[in-house]
Write a protein that binds this ligand. Sequence first.
Ligand code: AMP
Length: 115
Amino acid sequence: MSEDCIFCKIASGDIPGDIVYEDEHVVAFRDLNPQAPTHVLVIPREHISTINDLEENHAELVGRLYLAAKQVAEAEGIAERGYRTVMNCNAEAGQTVYHIHLHVLGGRPMGWPPG
Ligand code: AMP
């Protein structure tokens, strides 16, 4: 837990989040500023700032982020239509919260390439 991390506080329940899935390892909650009809963020409970901070021992945890994303997509009814998962790394990619999070976006057609 990082004291000044907003996503750690959502994971611990210190501040409210609209949580749609959680287990021992990961938490998924709705984005405050949704960019699609479904916009959920999947985070590890462990504080990891960026993709660049991942270590070998995080390999299973990263897999769990995707397994949770799959469950969220099924629950939201977008699994078959399609959805996008995105994890931004550092400023140029648009990362604003420095606790890794997998965006799960769906419910509308997605453009490519992303902006
Ligand atoms: P990124 O730009 O990839 O770091 O994504 C950060 C995301 O977190 C943005 O889409 C924000 O809208 C979202 N966000 C920031 N604070 C909160 C919060 N307290 N609860 C839910 N989503 C948040």
